[in-house]
Design a protein around this ligand. Structure first.
Ligand code: NAD
Ligand code: GLY
Length: 370
């Protein structure tokens, strides 16, 4: 692997500002944790897959800074992003008499990160937390920006809070143990930034796709850095998604319907977003917002990342109707009207509604046949 020089991306949010540290073999670096808020105890929240790989290394480093470091190990999987699992974190915090200064560490992918953040937002009305993302998806997106929460059977990420971490530590070396399917899922969120915000980055991804899939450290490091810079730029202007931040949900309106419709965990989040981006791009084209050749370019890149470009069927009788029903339960919906993030010319995005008949046509064209 090529070497990567350490980078720091700053999230600028007044008194809630923080650094994203991007480096290799950095998880166990005690210097990274010295400037955290003063506390005697820390709790690492992780899952049954990540714990045996990385929890001991992080715990060892944290013991230099904290007197007590507990590890809470959750079951692994999107299907466990629930109230019941969240309660396991509260059980451990209360069971260990954790106080309001206790610092939580989210060690894992987006599921662990979202749940730990939500636990940190609500335990004693708020304790500090650090994101230590170990999937590509979490390093380029979910660990940054303070969206935390859990799923509801009727809708993805529908229960949660905005709550910023005090630091994000991205150790690129952890991506070595990531299954290939998960790496591809992370690439969906990397690709997302191109069509909505940065055409140069889209071209860079096209040029470097093989290196990314081969886990070249320098390529991964740049992808994480540029993704975080774009996200920092968006979140810095619109932390609570009053407007602009919604563009980061490109592909997610369709994607969340896929995840909820199939049952959480059946398709990976990044896979659902990938097929969702194809649908959103084709809807943009049908609305005359973008040329077909740009859509085809995006579809080709998604395919090269090893991601699906066709959606699953969610109903045998009325597939498009089921998608639409599920998409109405979306945080962007207003008065029952579905809002889509669409490509508004290459490199820019717009959030708007679309006629149901057109949405149906696009879903029919973009889903597996019966
Ligand atoms: P995930 O957290 O389920 O992790 C994917 C899988 O990889 C899991 O099985 C996990 O145990 C395993 N894993 C993690 N790190 C590993 C490593 N280094 N080596 C080997 N295995 C490892 O999924 P994800 O793709 O990281 O995150 C998806 C979640 O993130 C979804 O719930 C989604 O809603 C959420 N999300 C949130 C935001 C946000 O802004 N908060 C943004 C995007 C996605
Ligand atoms: N992943 C979308 C957002 O953080 O807003």
């Amino acid at each position: 692997m090529n070497a990567f020089s350490s980078e720091i991306v700053r999230i600028d949010l007044a008194d809630r500002s923080y650094d994203i540290v991007i480096d290799s073999a950095v998880l166990g670096n005690i210097d990274l944790y010295r400037d955290l808020p003063a506390a005697t105890s820390a709790v690492i929240v992780t899952n049954s897959t990540v714990a045996p790989l990385y929890a001991a290394r992080l715990r060892q480093a944290l013991l230099v800074r904290f007197t007590e470091v507990q590890v809470v190990t959750l079951p692994d999987g999107e299907q466990y992003k629930t109230w019941q699992t969240l309660n396991l974190i509260f059980d451990a915090l209360l069971g260990n008499a954790c106080d309001r200064k206790t610092v939580l560490f989210a060690l894992g992918g987006g599921v662990v990160g979202d749940m730990t953040g939500f636990a940190a937002a609500s335990y004693m009305r708020g304790v500090p937390f650090v994101q230590v993302p170990t999937t590509l998806l979490a390093q380029v997106d979910s660990s940054v920006g303070g969206k935390t929460g859990i799923n509801h059977p009727m809708g993805k990420n529908m229960i949660g809070a905005f709550y910023q971490p005090v630091k994000v530590v991205c150790d690129l070396d952890t991506l070595r143990t990531l299954p290939a399917r998960e790496l591809s899922a992370g690439l969906a969120e990397v690709i997302k930034y191109g069509p909505i915000a940065d055409l140069e980055f889209l071209t860079w991804i096209e040029t470097n796709m093989e290196a990314l899939l081969a886990r070249d450290l320098r390529a991964l490091g740049y992808a994480v850095k540029r993704s975080c810079e774009i996200k920092a730029w968006v979140v810095g202007q619109d932390e609570r998604e009053a407007g602009l931040r919604a563009i980061l949900n490109f592909g997610h309106t369709f994607g969340h319907a896929i995840e909820a419709g199939l049952g959480y965990g059946e398709w990976l989040h990044g896979e659902a977003v990938a097929a969702g981006m194809v649908m959103a791009a084709k809807l943009s084209q049908r609305l005359g917002l973008v040329e077909g050749n740009f859509v085809e370019r995006l579809v080709a890149l998604i395919r090269r990342a090893g991601l699906p470009v066709v959606g699953p069927r969610l109903s045998e009788s009325d597939n498009a109707g089921r998608y639409i029903e599920l998409m109405r339960v979306d945080k962007k919906s207003e008065g029952g009207e579905i809002k889509f993030v669409l490509i508004d010319g290459p490199g820019t995005a717009v959030v708007r509604g679309a006629p149901d008949a057109l949405v149906r046509e696009v879903i029919d064209a973009c889903c597996l046949r019966q």
